[in-house]
Design a protein around this ligand. Structure first.
Ligand SMILES: Cc1cc2nc3c(=O)[nH]c(=O)nc-3n(C[C@H](O)[C@H](O)[C@H](O)COP(=O)(O)OP(=O)(O)OC[C@H]3O[C@@H](n4cnc5c(N)ncnc54)[C@H](O)[C@@H]3O)c2cc1C
Length: 467
């Protein structure tokens, strides 16, 4: 056995260090592509566990890939260089709510949805709402800067974190930010670490900013028989003095997939659907709902539904949530992208996606957070079919290019990981990437912290096939 594995075992409990092949295989993949076998897995449950692991790894130059629940869609927790997978999901859940300060102090393994569950009784809310909130950890959300439908009005994870505790790659502990809303002391390391995809250190605690839970909400569903009008209705709503909490888009293929998977009463003939949620005080919500309904009608909606009950509204959102499982049932493999464009470019992006679909003969479905330009083009395919996957790779590359040409970005929420690393220079330029690498090198002089993520390896390209 390697000496560093024996050293790991000296201070960790029996069973916290896993070296059996079966255990290692179960940590070799995430929800994206690629499989890499770690040499050992450590299930960290305390800050001291993490310090112990990082000191040994740094001394022996062993790679460490932090991991939450492995739901990453860009390859973030994959142990590309072997070494250690540091599993944070077994860390006991801690949600310490401080209502007078409007903050909650949370442990890294806490399941994100548990936070809002706990906040219910306080009348408070933690707004970031990735669709995976009920299965992903807050540590993973922090590392990926995750977001969801509420990003439109409330922003994403980074907008609600005011302090962090982090173990550095050399096994030292730092605290960034604090418990105050205002804090301009020194560089903003909190913001640097959020979205750093586990490449700069291990997050062991976070101070989250909370807001009062809006007392009322109203859902509106608008049906369109062409995508362009739906795109215009999004822009018109957002420029008419109304900021919905959520504004979601479904194309015809995703509507059809949901209805085949679990009939939910969606209009299968529609070219596009917008599902909107307004929140705030009841009087304001009622007035804004009438205004949004008028905008939808003006822009050519063929039908607008304003549910009268919460149960009816919940059914519409349930149908939206079914898109992912519904399209996953169409073919064995789902390539889920999150290219994001300025809001005025949603309609042109939809046109480009249609052209890509036809050019590469791929099964492309589009849904997503239309209000903030964060579309989810999903390609349904079969990863055992090498010829098909080659076309999918080309289509994905063109989707990235299309988003960048329209002034957008490679990723609105899923992160770069291994999957989008080859395209980083296209968005940031080589100097931009070089400056990021310099930051990485100074934080992690031995290059052990989640290597092969975010920065492209020599001649790296997108590969979704088994080669
Ligand atoms: C069905 C489905 C729906 C999804 N919907 C959304 C969505 O709506 N919005 C969205 O943003 N994402 C979404 N995702 C992607 C994914 O759920 C998020 O990226 C999530 O934040 C990952 O959390 P995790 O606990 O699974 O972390 P993992 O996947 O295990 O890891 C993610 C990254 O975080 C790092 N990491 C984990 N814990 C720590 C830590 N404590 N310290 C430092 N680094 C750490 C890892 O190294 C890795 O780079 C979805 C995924 C699936 C499968």
């Amino acid at each position: 056995m390697n000496q560093w594995i024996e050293e790991l075992q000296t201070e960790l409990l029996n069973g916290q260090v896993l070296t059996d092949t079966a255990d290692r295989v179960s940590y070799s993949f995430d929800a994206s592509f690629g499989e890499y076998l770690p040499e050992a897995v450590v299930q960290a449950k305390t800050k001291e566990d993490v310090i112990h692991v990082m000191k040994i790894a740094n001394r022996h130059h062993i790679s460490v890939a932090p991991r939450g629940q492995g739901t990453c869609l860009s390859g973030g927790p994959l142990p590309v260089k072997g070494g250690i997978v540091l599993d944070m999901s077994q860390w006991p859940e801690k949600i310490d709510v401080r209502p007078d300060d409007l903050i909650a102090i949370v442990s890294p393994g806490t399941i994100t949805a548990s936070i809002n569950k706990k906040l219910e009784s306080y009348g408070l809310m933690y707004p970031p709402d990735p669709s995976s909130a009920h299965v992903a950890t807050i540590g993973g959300n922090l590392a990926e800067n995750s977001g969801g439908p509420r990003g439109l009005k409330y922003g994403v994870t980074k907008d609600y974190v005011i302090g962090l505790e982090v173990v550095t790659p050399e096994g030292k502990v730092i605290r960034t930010g604090g418990q105050t809303i205002k804090n301009v002391t020194g560089f903003d390391l909190t913001k640097l670490l959020i979205g750093s995809e586990g490449t700069l250190g291990i997050i062991t605690e976070a101070v989250l900013k909370l807001i009062p839970k809006p007392p009322a909400a109203q859902t509106i569903m608008a049906v369109f028989d062409d995508v362009e009008s739906a795109g215009k209705a999004i822009s018109k709503t957002l420029t008419s003095g109304i900021l919905p909490a959520k504004m979601e888009f479904m194309d015809q293929a995703s509507i059809g997939a949901v209805e085949r998977y679990q009939p939910s009463g969606l209009p299968v003939d529609a070219a596009a659907l917008l599902i909107i949620e307004l929140d705030g005080h009841q009087e304001a919500v009622t007035k804004e709902a009438a205004d949004v309904e008028a905008v939808m009608n003006e822009l050519g909606a063929t039908h607008v539904t304003v549910p009268a009950t919460q149960a009816e509204a919940a059914r519409i959102w349930e149908a939206r949530k079914l898109v992912s499982p519904a399209i996953a049932a169409i073919k064995p493999t789902k390539v889920s992208e999150d290219a994001t464009v300025p809001r005025s470019q949603i309609a042109p992006m939809m046109e480009k996606l249609q052209r890509i679909k036809e050019k590469y003969h791929v099964e492309l479905v589009v849904f997503g957070h239309a209000g903030d330009g964060n579309l989810h083009p999903n390609i349904l395919c079969d990863k055992r079919d090498t010829e098909e996957m080659k076309r999918v790779e080309q289509a994905v590359e063109e989707i990235f290019q299309a988003a960048l040409e329209l002034g957008g970005t490679l990723s609105g929420e899923h992160g770069i990981g291994t999957m989008k690393a080859p395209f980083m220079e296209q968005e940031l330029g080589n100097v931009g990437v070089e400056m990021m690498k310099r930051i990485k090198d100074s934080w992690d002089p031995n290059g052990i912290m989640n290597p092969a993520k975010m920065f492209p390896e020599h001649n790296q390209r997108l590969v979704l096939r088994h080669e």
